[in-house]
Ligand binder design. Structure first.
Ligand SMILES: Nc1nc2c(ncn2[C@@H]2O[C@H](COP(=O)(O)OP(=O)(O)O)[C@@H](O)[C@H]2O)c(=O)[nH]1
Ligand SMILES: [Mg+2]
Length: 691
């Protein structure tokens, strides 16, 4: 077990493609954790091991790997950059004490950079910044730094600056030690003289850095203000304090692809990122009391499950972060979230996909266990004698849906079982069988996300599906009261059929699907047949006369009829009632209804006009708006029919900065011109099916 003081849990975050996985590979190689430098582009990365990641050359899920660096254990948490996998980013950040934000030195600050910066702010996490790809054409440290200062504000200070750039990138200057490090091709640098022409620049940046460090503590500030020189140790100490308070965000430069500048970054991680001991978690006891979970091996065990993977061959893998106490292989643990005891088999440390067995996982560390029965992502595992619950992970809810149908007949059950398994490992993915349309719907964060899910379904579970747009669960109702009569009479060889009803059909309570009543005098319809009449109407309600959608909000009263002593039967009355309803509904001004959703959109002020314009185009009714920090929240009622692709539309309007939620509110009449189209389509579909 590693002493918790010596552990650093660092999440690598950025806009997609800034080089997180490449940086993780460089760190693994440099620390001697792998013999060969893994490459994303060659599909040989330790951290991008999932077949989908290898094929697409982007990270889809969060990977973990520990490295040893100057007697410390650094758990690298490599997260995906694409918005579709934001759930993985949130999970990775939930268990880290700090993040390293990568910025592409060519592209500068991007939308994704701002998003992850915001998430780090929400969680109050210290941040280091790595300006990556300094070797690329058009890379500029200066420009990128200016962009960072402009967007992230105060506290952005360089800790290393590059020597040269683009093809001429040679190394970095370590501003604290005032030394140059030059890479001549290998992973290890050699120390060199600071190039003469960089002297002024180095002193200017160093002065800024020392000032930031001095602000870390009163003692240092005094010394600094009195004009005394701070020692390198004091500078680190001051910076560490500033980083923890999120007053200082040190910036380092380099090229992950060339392992250039990566060693100084790891040195900074070890020196500046708080250890689990310094960042104790809070948990809640069964009695609702808040307690501190100290990273102490002798404290009661408490760990958070932050990721679960499902695989039909390997089974379920549970990744957890220990906050206090320790856990041993071949033991038992209590899941406080589910109030269940779980048997724990062999414990592992993960390095990408490789599992390294361990006897125990101690406080502050990240471990894995296979085949837990009931434990899911977000659960707390703990000591049964002292159960506590750690705060879960705030996953965004899935907002984009498509319908799936089996490619091969008879695969339905396997598909729904496999999708349920996939939903277990991904809290931002949901499956639902729509009772209204009968479709199997899958919900995710975007097209890429669902694409990956469908691919996993094929590869892991061997089933293939077709994707279709979700159908809108339209309904039908009537606007006018009518009376309708129907006599069902059949005289065949033996016993005939006879049922005869008069129905009053009228618009009913909009909140209720159906109300049934009767006003029969003198036994015109005998009592025993009345339930059959109600049943007949109910059956007719399932398929309205307009387009075959369920009928809602109608009231039907049976007020007269006749019967035949021999030929009448329940069946005959059921048929008569059903026919009477259909006939009557056609004359009662039937209309089509559509579901209207209450939608809340949160966007930066600047996009408000565009978002409202788009909602108007989607037949939305704006209810109001209010400020929420630097964002605006727009509330609107929008027909579901217009909302299926909203996740994608909103992302493109706001460049990924907008988010939204929606929930069903009520049904409303479909505007006439659209209703005609829907009715015509339904008719065409019916005719096609009959052929
Ligand atoms: N030239 C150059 N390319 C890099 C560097 N770091 C990463 N890349 C490339 O950028 C692309 C995206 O890198 P990757 O590590 O997958 O980014 P991630 O999405 O942040 O994990 C890949 O083609 C990498 O080879 C770098 O320092 N220099
Ligand atoms: Mg990656």
């Amino acid at each position: 077990m590693t002493k918790p003081e010596l552990i650093r849990n660092l999440a690598l975050v950025s806009h997609g493609g800034a080089g997180k996985t490449t940086l993780a590979e460089a760190m693994l190689y440099l620390a001697g954790a792998v013999d060969r430098l893994g490459r994303v582009d060659e599909g040989s990365a330790t951290m991008d091991y999932d077949p989908e990641e290898v094929r697409r050359k982007v990270s889809i899920s969060t990977s973990i790997a520990p490295i040893r660096w100057s007697d410390h254990k650094v758990n690298l948490i490599d997260t995906p950059g694409y918005f579709d996998f934001v759930g993985e980013v949130k999970a990775g950040m939930r268990v880290a004490e700090a993040v390293c934000v990568l910025v592409d030195a060519v592209a500068g600050v991007e939308v994704g950079t701002e998003l992850v910066w915001g998430y780090a702010g929400e969680r109050d996490l210290p941040c280091l910044v790595f300006v990556n790809k300094m070797d690329r054409e058009n890379a500029s440290f200066r420009r990128t730094l200016d962009g960072l200062v402009q967007n992230m504000g105060r506290g952005i200070v360089p800790l290393t600056i590059p020597i040269g750039a683009e093809a001429g990138l040679r190394g970095v200057v370590d501003l604290v030690a005032r030394r140059a490090l030059v890479w001549d091709g290998g992973a290890q640098p050699r120390e060199a003289e600071i190039p003469g022409e960089m002297g002024d620049e180095v002193e200017a940046y160093r002065a800024q850095l020392v000032e930031a460090a001095a602000e870390g503590s009163d003692e240092l500030l005094m010394k600094y203000l009195e004009g005394e020189e701070l020692t390198p140790d004091e500078i680190w100490q001051g910076l560490a304090a500033g980083v923890r308070q999120r007053k200082v965000f040190p910036v380092l430069a380099g090229s992950a692809l060339r392992t250039l500048g990566v060693g100084p970054l790891l040195d900074a991680v070890v020196k500046l990122v708080p250890s689990p001991v310094e960042a104790p978690a809070r948990a809640e006891t069964a009695a609702g009391e808040s307690v501190e979970c100290r990273a102490d091996p002798d404290a009661p065990f408490a760990a958070l499950v932050f990721k679960t993977t499902a695989d039909p061959y390997v089974g379920r893998m549970t990744l957890f972060r220990v906050y206090s106490g320790k856990i041993h292989s071949d033991s038992q643990v209590f899941n406080a979230t589910r109030a269940r005891t779980e048997r724990v088999g062999q414990l592992f440390f993960l390095k990408g996909k490789h599992q390294e067995p361990t006897e125990a996982v101690g406080p502050g560390d990240i471990g894995t266990v296979a085949k837990l029965q009931e434990t899911a992502t977000g659960d707390t595992l703990c000591d049964q004698a002292q159960p506590v619950r750690l705060p879960g992970i705030a996953f965004p809810s899935p907002v984009y849906a498509v319908a799936v149908s089996p490619k091969a007949r008879g695969d339905e059950e396997k598909i729904s079982a496999s999708l349920a398994r996939l939903a277990e490992e991904d809290p931002t993915f949901r499956v639902e069988k729509s009772t209204a349309t009968g479709q199997m719907l899958i919900y995710g964060m975007g097209e890429l996300h669902l694409d990956v899910i469908v691919e996993r379904l094929r590869r892991k579970f061997g089933v293939e599906v077709n994707l279709e747009p979700p159908r809108v669960p339209y309904r039908e109702t009537i606007r006018q009261a009518v009376k309708s009569e129907y006599k069902h009479k059949k005289q065949t060889g033996g016993r005939g059929q006879y049922g005869h009803v008069f129905l009053e059909i009228e618009p009913g309570d909009p909140e209720k699907e159906f109300e049934f009543g009767e006003r029969i005098f003198g036994g015109a319809v005998p009592k025993q047949y009345i339930p059959a009449v109600e049943k007949g109407v109910r059956e007719a309600l399932q398929e309205g006369v307009l387009a075959g959608y369920p009928v809602t909000a109608v009231k039907v009263t049976l007020y007269d009829g006749s019967y035949h002593t021999v030929d009448s039967s329940e069946l005959a009355f059921k048929i008569a009632a059903s026919m009477a309803f259909k006939k009557g509904m056609a004359e009662a001004k039937p209309v089509l209804l559509e579901p209207i959703y209450r939608v809340e959109v949160m966007v930066p002020e600047a996009f408000m006009g565009d978002v409202m314009g788009d909602l108007n185009k989607k037949r939305g009714r704006i209810l109001g708006m209010e400020p929420h920090g630097s964002f605006q929240v727009i509330r609107a009622m929008v027909p579901l029919a217009e909302m299926f692709r909203y996740a994608i539309d909103l992302r493109s309007i706001t460049q990924g900065r907008g988010t939204f939620t929606m929930e069903f509110d009520h049904y409303e009449e479909v505007p006439a011109h659209l209703a005609q189209e829907i009715i015509a389509q339904a008719k065409a579909a019916r005719e096609a099916a009959e052929k």
